[in-house]
Design a protein around this ligand. Sequence first.
Ligand SMILES: O=P(O)(O)OC[C@H]1O[C@](O)(COP(=O)(O)O)[C@@H](O)[C@@H]1O
Ligand SMILES: [Mg+2]
Ligand SMILES: [Mg+2]
Length: 355
Amino acid sequence: MPHAVSPAPDSTHRSLTRFLIEEQRAGHLNPELRLLIEVVARACKRISVAVGKGALGGVLGDAVAAGGDGASINVQGEAQKKLDVLSNEILLEANAWGGHLAGLASEEMDHSQPIPDAYPRGNYLLLFDPLDGSSNIDVNVSVGTIFSVLRCPEGVAEVGDQHFLQAGREQVAAGYCIYGPSTMLVLTLGHGTHAFTLDREQGSFVLTQRAMRIPEETREFAINMSNQRHWETPMQDYVRDLLAGSEGPRGKDFNMRWIASMVADVHRLLTRGGIFIYPWDRKDPGKAGKLRLMYEANPMSMLVEQAGGAATDGRERLLDVLPGQLHQRVPVFLGSKREVEEATRYHVTHDSATK
Ligand SMILES: O=P(O)(O)OC[C@H]1O[C@](O)(COP(=O)(O)O)[C@@H](O)[C@@H]1O
Ligand SMILES: [Mg+2]
Ligand SMILES: [Mg+2]
């Protein structure tokens, strides 16, 4: 007997636009922020098309420096991929004329950009990682865009980097778009975390999961194990105990996953739980971590907390970290609440024992 096709859930028919209007009516956002989210979502659709074309679009491989002399390097000292540059341009172009921003900042730009006087200006600041997981672009593995929205402080005539340096708890919205087997937008406005799937035929994002919840307990961790020998002692201890499984102090077996696209690793833990960790390591002791606070750690922390999870830098809540620089790096521990608390406990206990 053929299997019956289960009826589409009610939420399948709610577009992002309708969802945002309903959230506006509920007092969760104003028309300016609604427009901002719509513009970012539209830009993500364009990036999704470019990513989807792959080799046919001529977008794979490294970007070439202006003047054609060698690889193009960003402010972080990392070689840029063609899609890093293209995604950045798409987001800049889409948002510059939106009328909802006072300024924007990106992983791929040395400094923030104020909205020029000739353009309509708004009250928000937008930060983004235009393409996260760059090392996966050329091997056809999921990548994504991460974004964070802050309020521009009042009375600012010309926006500069210093106006972006606000703790993550000040974010009014955060989200990511994952370009995987399906393209999904995951969004929070501070009232839960919600997932939308791109209907490619209709060209619109459709609400497919309202109020995502991360299970509090997990048996799955995500970390780049090749850095193990460079970690500090409490990190070594924590992972040693995970690997000891049911024979160790944790009393249960753990599974490991590492996609090396933060967007994809976080999407998995928002879907079925888990802990994602990129700790400080001694490979480059001058760097406080690999991931960037303002457009990677902060938006992901807000999404995870809004879904019932937790996010720390191994010691403190990430959303309470006061940034000192636009491109500041930070250790990241986020996901299932109990597991993040456990990993954080190893660090805090070690610190007080060695004080
Ligand atoms: O190469 P590694 O050490 O596995 O690091 C992977 C991490 O680096 C990142 O790719 C950094 O992001 P970008 O690609 O935006 O620079 C994360 O998405 C990912 O979690
Ligand atoms: Mg990134
Ligand atoms: Mg990036």
